[in-house]
Design a protein around this ligand. Structure first.
Ligand code: IPD
Ligand code: CA
Ligand code: CA
Length: 253
Protein backbone atom coordinates (compact mmCIF):
# COMPACT_ATOMS: atom_id res chain seq x y z
CA UNK A 1 0.00 0.00 0.00
CA UNK A 2 2.85 2.41 0.75
CA UNK A 3 4.31 1.87 -2.72
CA UNK A 4 0.88 2.40 -4.25
CA UNK A 5 0.48 5.68 -2.33
CA UNK A 6 3.98 6.85 -3.30
CA UNK A 7 3.46 6.13 -7.00
CA UNK A 8 0.07 7.85 -6.85
CA UNK A 9 1.34 11.13 -5.36
CA UNK A 10 4.30 11.16 -7.73
CA UNK A 11 2.05 10.74 -10.77
CA UNK A 12 -0.34 13.40 -9.49
CA UNK A 13 2.62 15.71 -8.79
CA UNK A 14 3.77 15.35 -12.40
CA UNK A 15 0.29 16.33 -13.58
CA UNK A 16 0.62 19.50 -11.46
CA UNK A 17 4.04 20.29 -12.93
CA UNK A 18 2.81 19.84 -16.52
CA UNK A 19 0.11 22.45 -15.91
CA UNK A 20 2.18 24.79 -13.70
CA UNK A 21 2.16 28.31 -15.16
CA UNK A 22 -0.57 27.59 -17.72
CA UNK A 23 -3.82 27.08 -15.89
CA UNK A 24 -7.27 28.59 -15.53
CA UNK A 25 -8.15 29.74 -12.02
CA UNK A 26 -11.69 29.50 -10.65
CA UNK A 27 -12.95 30.94 -7.35
CA UNK A 28 -14.46 28.66 -4.66
CA UNK A 29 -14.98 31.55 -2.25
CA UNK A 30 -13.78 35.16 -1.93
CA UNK A 31 -10.11 34.14 -1.76
CA UNK A 32 -10.33 30.34 -1.93
CA UNK A 33 -9.29 29.13 -5.41
CA UNK A 34 -9.55 25.93 -7.41
CA UNK A 35 -7.74 25.27 -10.68
CA UNK A 36 -8.06 22.68 -13.42
CA UNK A 37 -4.86 21.21 -11.94
CA UNK A 38 -6.57 20.46 -8.58
CA UNK A 39 -9.32 18.68 -10.51
CA UNK A 40 -7.01 16.73 -12.85
CA UNK A 41 -4.79 15.62 -9.97
CA UNK A 42 -7.78 14.53 -7.87
CA UNK A 43 -9.40 12.57 -10.76
CA UNK A 44 -6.15 10.70 -11.36
CA UNK A 45 -5.77 9.79 -7.68
CA UNK A 46 -9.39 8.64 -7.38
CA UNK A 47 -9.18 6.56 -10.59
CA UNK A 48 -6.14 4.74 -9.23
CA UNK A 49 -7.75 4.05 -5.85
CA UNK A 50 -10.89 2.82 -7.59
CA UNK A 51 -8.90 0.37 -9.70
CA UNK A 52 -6.54 -0.92 -6.96
CA UNK A 53 -8.81 -0.71 -3.89
CA UNK A 54 -12.39 -0.59 -5.25
CA UNK A 55 -14.01 -1.22 -1.84
CA UNK A 56 -12.27 1.56 0.07
CA UNK A 57 -13.97 4.84 1.01
CA UNK A 58 -12.57 8.16 -0.16
CA UNK A 59 -12.57 11.67 1.30
CA UNK A 60 -11.25 14.11 -1.29
CA UNK A 61 -11.15 17.91 -1.09
CA UNK A 62 -12.80 18.70 -4.42
CA UNK A 63 -15.31 15.83 -4.70
CA UNK A 64 -16.12 15.18 -1.03
CA UNK A 65 -16.84 11.86 0.68
CA UNK A 66 -17.55 8.69 -1.32
CA UNK A 67 -18.53 5.37 0.24
CA UNK A 68 -18.84 2.30 -2.00
CA UNK A 69 -22.10 0.33 -1.72
CA UNK A 70 -21.20 -3.02 -0.15
CA UNK A 71 -17.65 -1.68 0.33
CA UNK A 72 -15.34 -1.77 3.34
CA UNK A 73 -15.76 1.51 5.23
CA UNK A 74 -12.96 0.64 7.67
CA UNK A 75 -10.51 1.92 5.02
CA UNK A 76 -10.59 5.56 3.95
CA UNK A 77 -8.23 7.47 1.64
CA UNK A 78 -7.97 11.16 2.51
CA UNK A 79 -6.80 13.30 -0.39
CA UNK A 80 -5.63 16.85 -1.02
CA UNK A 81 -4.77 16.80 -4.74
CA UNK A 82 -3.01 20.20 -4.57
CA UNK A 83 -2.14 21.77 -1.24
CA UNK A 84 -1.01 25.34 -1.83
CA UNK A 85 -3.45 26.25 -4.59
CA UNK A 86 -3.01 30.01 -4.13
CA UNK A 87 0.78 29.62 -4.50
CA UNK A 88 0.26 27.42 -7.55
CA UNK A 89 -2.13 29.88 -9.20
CA UNK A 90 0.41 32.70 -8.72
CA UNK A 91 3.38 30.69 -10.00
CA UNK A 92 4.98 30.50 -6.53
CA UNK A 93 6.67 27.08 -6.40
CA UNK A 94 5.51 25.85 -3.01
CA UNK A 95 2.77 23.22 -3.29
CA UNK A 96 2.33 19.48 -3.00
CA UNK A 97 0.07 16.46 -3.30
CA UNK A 98 -0.77 14.79 0.00
CA UNK A 99 -2.72 11.63 0.74
CA UNK A 100 -3.27 9.48 3.79
CA UNK A 101 -4.95 6.18 4.55
CA UNK A 102 -7.15 5.75 7.60
CA UNK A 103 -7.99 2.28 8.95
CA UNK A 104 -10.59 1.87 11.71
CA UNK A 105 -10.36 5.59 12.47
CA UNK A 106 -6.55 5.67 12.74
CA UNK A 107 -4.17 7.11 10.13
CA UNK A 108 -1.85 4.28 9.15
CA UNK A 109 -0.05 5.75 6.17
CA UNK A 110 0.72 9.24 4.88
CA UNK A 111 2.62 10.59 1.88
CA UNK A 112 3.33 14.16 0.81
CA UNK A 113 5.09 14.88 -2.49
CA UNK A 114 6.58 18.25 -3.42
CA UNK A 115 7.12 18.00 -7.19
CA UNK A 116 9.01 21.31 -7.38
CA UNK A 117 11.89 19.91 -5.28
CA UNK A 118 11.26 16.24 -6.00
CA UNK A 119 10.85 15.60 -2.26
CA UNK A 120 8.77 12.67 -1.13
CA UNK A 121 7.85 12.45 2.56
CA UNK A 122 6.35 9.13 3.66
CA UNK A 123 5.29 7.51 6.92
CA UNK A 124 3.71 4.25 7.99
CA UNK A 125 2.40 3.85 11.55
CA UNK A 126 5.03 2.15 13.71
CA UNK A 127 7.64 2.18 10.92
CA UNK A 128 9.03 5.72 11.05
CA UNK A 129 9.08 8.53 8.54
CA UNK A 130 11.32 9.11 5.54
CA UNK A 131 12.34 11.80 3.04
CA UNK A 132 13.23 10.31 -0.36
CA UNK A 133 13.70 6.96 1.37
CA UNK A 134 16.01 8.19 4.17
CA UNK A 135 14.78 8.21 7.80
CA UNK A 136 13.89 11.65 9.20
CA UNK A 137 13.61 13.01 12.76
CA UNK A 138 12.17 16.18 14.22
CA UNK A 139 14.64 18.83 15.45
CA UNK A 140 16.18 18.73 18.93
CA UNK A 141 15.49 22.41 19.74
CA UNK A 142 14.41 22.86 23.36
CA UNK A 143 13.69 26.58 23.55
CA UNK A 144 10.97 28.52 21.76
CA UNK A 145 13.43 31.42 21.51
CA UNK A 146 15.73 29.25 19.34
CA UNK A 147 12.89 27.95 17.16
CA UNK A 148 11.72 28.56 13.63
CA UNK A 149 7.92 28.34 13.65
CA UNK A 150 5.51 28.08 10.73
CA UNK A 151 1.81 28.83 10.41
CA UNK A 152 -0.87 29.45 7.81
CA UNK A 153 -3.31 32.31 7.56
CA UNK A 154 -6.79 30.79 7.48
CA UNK A 155 -8.91 31.86 4.46
CA UNK A 156 -11.47 33.19 6.99
CA UNK A 157 -8.90 34.83 9.30
CA UNK A 158 -11.22 37.82 9.78
CA UNK A 159 -13.51 35.48 11.74
CA UNK A 160 -10.63 34.24 13.88
CA UNK A 161 -9.72 37.09 16.25
CA UNK A 162 -7.17 35.05 18.23
CA UNK A 163 -5.05 34.46 15.16
CA UNK A 164 -3.36 37.89 15.11
CA UNK A 165 -2.69 37.70 18.87
CA UNK A 166 -1.01 34.28 18.52
CA UNK A 167 1.05 35.45 15.54
CA UNK A 168 2.21 38.48 17.48
CA UNK A 169 3.22 36.34 20.49
CA UNK A 170 5.17 33.86 18.36
CA UNK A 171 6.93 36.72 16.55
CA UNK A 172 8.11 38.05 19.92
CA UNK A 173 9.06 34.70 21.45
CA UNK A 174 10.64 32.68 18.62
CA UNK A 175 13.58 33.14 16.23
CA UNK A 176 11.19 33.64 13.34
CA UNK A 177 7.78 32.81 11.92
CA UNK A 178 7.24 31.64 8.33
CA UNK A 179 4.06 31.43 6.24
CA UNK A 180 4.51 29.38 3.09
CA UNK A 181 0.93 28.58 2.04
CA UNK A 182 0.91 24.78 2.17
CA UNK A 183 -0.01 23.20 5.49
CA UNK A 184 1.09 19.75 4.28
CA UNK A 185 4.57 21.03 3.41
CA UNK A 186 4.73 22.97 6.71
CA UNK A 187 4.06 19.75 8.59
CA UNK A 188 6.47 17.64 6.50
CA UNK A 189 9.14 20.24 7.33
CA UNK A 190 8.43 19.90 11.07
CA UNK A 191 8.84 16.13 10.62
CA UNK A 192 12.29 16.52 9.04
CA UNK A 193 13.49 19.25 11.42
CA UNK A 194 13.46 22.27 9.08
CA UNK A 195 10.80 23.85 11.27
CA UNK A 196 10.47 23.30 15.04
CA UNK A 197 6.75 23.98 15.38
CA UNK A 198 3.52 24.64 13.51
CA UNK A 199 0.11 25.94 14.49
CA UNK A 200 -2.97 26.80 12.47
CA UNK A 201 -6.70 27.33 12.88
CA UNK A 202 -9.39 26.12 10.54
CA UNK A 203 -7.69 23.36 8.57
CA UNK A 204 -9.49 20.43 6.95
CA UNK A 205 -8.72 16.70 7.38
CA UNK A 206 -7.03 16.48 3.94
CA UNK A 207 -4.60 19.31 4.84
CA UNK A 208 -3.22 17.55 7.92
CA UNK A 209 -3.87 13.79 7.65
CA UNK A 210 -0.46 12.78 6.25
CA UNK A 211 1.36 15.51 8.21
CA UNK A 212 0.19 14.32 11.62
CA UNK A 213 1.51 10.81 10.96
CA UNK A 214 4.78 12.14 9.50
CA UNK A 215 5.39 14.23 12.63
CA UNK A 216 4.44 11.50 15.09
CA UNK A 217 6.54 8.90 13.29
CA UNK A 218 9.47 11.35 13.22
CA UNK A 219 9.28 11.69 17.02
CA UNK A 220 7.18 14.87 17.29
CA UNK A 221 3.89 15.74 18.96
CA UNK A 222 0.52 16.84 17.56
CA UNK A 223 -2.28 18.15 19.79
CA UNK A 224 -5.02 20.71 20.35
CA UNK A 225 -4.09 24.08 21.89
CA UNK A 226 -4.80 22.67 25.39
CA UNK A 227 -2.47 19.72 24.81
CA UNK A 228 -5.26 17.14 24.40
CA UNK A 229 -5.32 14.42 21.75
CA UNK A 230 -5.84 15.74 18.24
CA UNK A 231 -8.33 14.53 15.64
CA UNK A 232 -7.92 15.55 11.99
CA UNK A 233 -11.68 16.14 11.85
CA UNK A 234 -11.73 19.20 14.08
CA UNK A 235 -9.23 22.08 14.14
CA UNK A 236 -7.20 23.90 15.45
CA UNK A 237 -3.84 22.13 15.47
CA UNK A 238 -0.46 22.62 17.12
CA UNK A 239 2.45 20.37 16.20
CA UNK A 240 6.09 20.42 17.18
CA UNK A 241 9.32 18.54 17.80
CA UNK A 242 8.07 17.80 21.35
CA UNK A 243 10.86 19.83 23.01
CA UNK A 244 9.06 23.16 22.57
CA UNK A 245 5.50 21.83 22.72
CA UNK A 246 4.58 23.08 26.19
CA UNK A 247 6.05 26.52 25.36
CA UNK A 248 3.86 26.66 22.25
CA UNK A 249 0.82 25.68 24.32
CA UNK A 250 1.61 28.55 26.74
CA UNK A 251 1.43 31.01 23.82
CA UNK A 252 -1.81 29.49 22.50
CA UNK A 253 -3.64 29.65 25.89
C1 IPD B 1 -4.58 25.60 2.09
C2 IPD B 1 -3.11 25.54 2.49
C3 IPD B 1 -2.74 26.73 3.36
C4 IPD B 1 -3.64 26.87 4.56
C5 IPD B 1 -5.10 26.90 4.14
C6 IPD B 1 -5.44 25.63 3.33
P1 IPD B 1 -5.33 24.57 -0.27
O1 IPD B 1 -4.94 24.47 1.32
O2 IPD B 1 -2.82 24.35 3.19
O3 IPD B 1 -1.42 26.62 3.84
O4 IPD B 1 -3.31 28.03 5.25
O5 IPD B 1 -5.91 26.96 5.29
O6 IPD B 1 -6.79 25.61 2.98
O7 IPD B 1 -6.60 25.35 -0.36
O8 IPD B 1 -4.19 25.22 -0.95
O9 IPD B 1 -5.47 23.12 -0.61
CA1 CA C 1 -5.16 22.07 1.43
CA1 CA D 1 -6.22 21.67 -2.04
Amino acid sequence: MLNFAIETVQQAGHILMEKFGRITVMKKGDINLVTEADLASESHIIERIRSYYPKHSILAEESGEAVVKGGDTSWKWIIDPLDGTTNYAHGYPCFCVTIALEHDGEIVLGVTFDPTRDELFAAERGRGATLNGKPIRVSSTEKLGDSLIVTGFPYDFKQKPNFARHLNEFLFHSRGVRRDGSAAIDMAYVACGRFDGFWEEGLNPWDVAAGTLLIEEAGGVVSYYDGSKYSIYSPPIVASNGGIHSQMLDVLK
